[in-house]
Design a protein around this ligand. Structure first.
Ligand SMILES: Nc1ncnc2c1ncn2[C@@H]1O[C@H](COP(=O)(O)OP(=O)(O)OP(=O)(O)O)[C@@H](O)[C@H]1O
Length: 259
């Protein structure tokens, strides 16, 4: 059984069919890249998988459980972590505080135990602090741990967001354009970091990304969409050579040049 199963997902917005019956799987410990020209339906599908949109038809299963239509606060305990295209960090809080804020989804001790500072809550707090320390090291954030996020460059803030998503120990990490706004060197660093994160945490990653080079370098498999339909699904080499994919991208380029 695959970790994530997307089955016949359709999303309509009024008269617009943004996703027109897409199915694919993400296996355990797999990095899957979701690509496609502008308007292909990537963000819409990503929002269905992360629970922001309910599909018009079809379903998403996560670790064998139906995830479609679950309220968002029930997604993190299932093992789904995500980052956002436009960072969603607490800007006046420090890097460490932001990362720890992500640990709450994982907490089991409950509100009362936390309020009374019972031993179970204290143990959880210590474990989260320890985990935060290892994430600061892994994502090269130790030097800025006590700096408010607002004072940091965009590329560093993106690493903070990834650390915050990782502290809840997701089985599947959903990344929305992780390379967006990064410079060349930062994209190289990101490629290496994604592989390290997969190895260290034994998790799967689904990334929506415009940066083709990054997708082809880090993905174990790539799913390509065009006009809401899946046009290819395979290894990076297979998808890169797929005539439909080439046509979709060349067509998109020709349209952009004509505009
Ligand atoms: N909330 C909405 N209401 C109406 N139409 C929408 C909505 N969201 C997306 N669409 C339409 O659905 C289609 C797919 O959009 P989507 O944003 O999912 O594509 P995308 O592949 O993520 O594009 P991009 O690469 O430009 O972000 C587009 O035609 C878009 O205009």
């Amino acid at each position: 059984m695959a970790l994530l199963e997307v089955r016949d997902v359709v999303v309509r917005f009024g008269g617009v069919t943004a996703v027109a019956g897409v199915s694919f799987d993400v296996e355990e410990r797999q990095i899957c890249g979701l690509i496609g020209p502008n308007g292909a339906g990537k963000t819409t599908l990503f929002n269905v998988i992360s629970g922001i949109y309910k599909p018009t038809e079809g379903e998403v299963r996560f670790a064998g459980q139906m995830a479609t239509g679950l309220p968002r606060h029930r997604m993190a305990p299932l093992g789904l972590g995500r980052t956002f295209q436009n960072l969603a960090l607490f800007r006046s809080m420090t890097v460490r505080e932001n990362i720890l804020a992500g640990a709450h989804a994982e907490g089991r001790a409950g509100f009362l135990a936390n309020a009374l500072r019972l031993p179970a809550a204290r143990r959880e707090e210590q474990a989260a602090a320890e985990h935060a320390r290892s994430l600061l090291a892994l994502l090269d954030l130790e030097a800025v741990a006590e700096v408010p996020v607002a004072a940091l460059p965009f590329g560093t803030q993106k690493r903070v967001e990834m650390a915050r998503a990782l502290i809840s120990k997701p089985k599947l990490l959903l990344l929305d354009e992780p390379a967006g706004g990064l410079n060349h060197g930062e994209v190289d660093g990101l490629a290496q970091r994604l592989r390290e994160v997969k190895r260290n945490f034994n998790l799967s990653i689904l990334l929506v990304e415009h940066h083709m080079n990054l997708v082809m370098r880090v993905s174990d498999k790539v799913v390509a969409l065009d006009f809401g339909k899946k046009i290819a699904d395979g290894s990076p080499a297979e998808v890169r050579a797929d005539p439909e994919v080439i046509r979709a991208y060349l067509g998109a380029e020709a349209t952009a040049h004509a505009a």
